[in-house]
Design a protein around this ligand. Structure first.
Ligand SMILES: Nc1nc2c(c(=O)[nH]1)N[C@H]1C(S)=C(S)[C@@H](COP(=O)(O)O)O[C@H]1N2
Ligand SMILES: [Mo]
Length: 165
């Protein structure tokens, strides 16, 4: 009996250790039409300039998230932003991919401070705490939208592509 309890204890601690590790190892890949592909970990994001965004849920309740401006991530990856976002570059888009297969799309101009004051962020905290398992470790938070449907959870990849024919 005692051995079994000990074994179970060992197993559960090993499993929770693994979950912690998995959280630590989680990254968001930034790829496609970039000059510098990225693989951002929580640590990498925490070193960048923090930004906040409020997400209204389906019941109208407000939730304050902290993370990094998507535009800062795009700039770091060498995506055309700000002054460079003109002409044919306006036909570029960002596709955000999530662990459950959910995908959402933005034109680059929608995310650019030169075009809009609504700053979308890649969030890693909600009310000062790490995001809960089903939502994190990384979530896109898009303020100023009537529905939270593009605020996608469990983000794993951000792909930039050209939609130009
Ligand atoms: N990865 C992922 N993100 C997602 C979804 C999803 O199915 N998968 N659903 C979206 C929809 S339709 C809504 S309404 C919100 C719900 O977010 P909440 O649970 O924080 O209220 O998540 C959005 N983000
Ligand atoms: Mo939804």
């Amino acid at each position: 009996m005692r051995i079994r309890t000990l074994f179970l204890l060992l197993l559960t601690s090993l499993l929770s250790f693994q979950t912690l590790f998995a959280q630590d190892r989680a990254t968001v890949k930034v790829s496609g039409e970039v000059t510098k592909p990225l693989q951002l970990s929580l640590e990498d994001l925490q070193k960048m300039k923090p930004a906040t965004a409020v997400l209204k849920d389906r019941d109208g309740k407000e939730h304050p998230y902290t993370g990094v401006a998507v535009s800062d991530i795009l700039t770091l990856a060498g995506v055309t932003t700000g002054q460079q976002l003109h002409g044919e570059n306006l036909a570029k888009f960002l596709l955000v991919k999530c662990a459950d297969g959910y995908e959402v799309l933005f034109s680059l101009a929608e995310l650019d401070a030169a075009f809009t004051d609504k700053q979308a962020i890649l969030a890693y905290q909600l009310e000062g705490n790490a995001l809960p398992a089903g939502k994190g470790p990384f979530r896109l938070v898009v303020p100023g939208e009537k529905r939270p449907a593009r605020s996608c959870q469990q983000v794993v990849e951000m792909v930039i592509r050209f939609a130009k024919d």
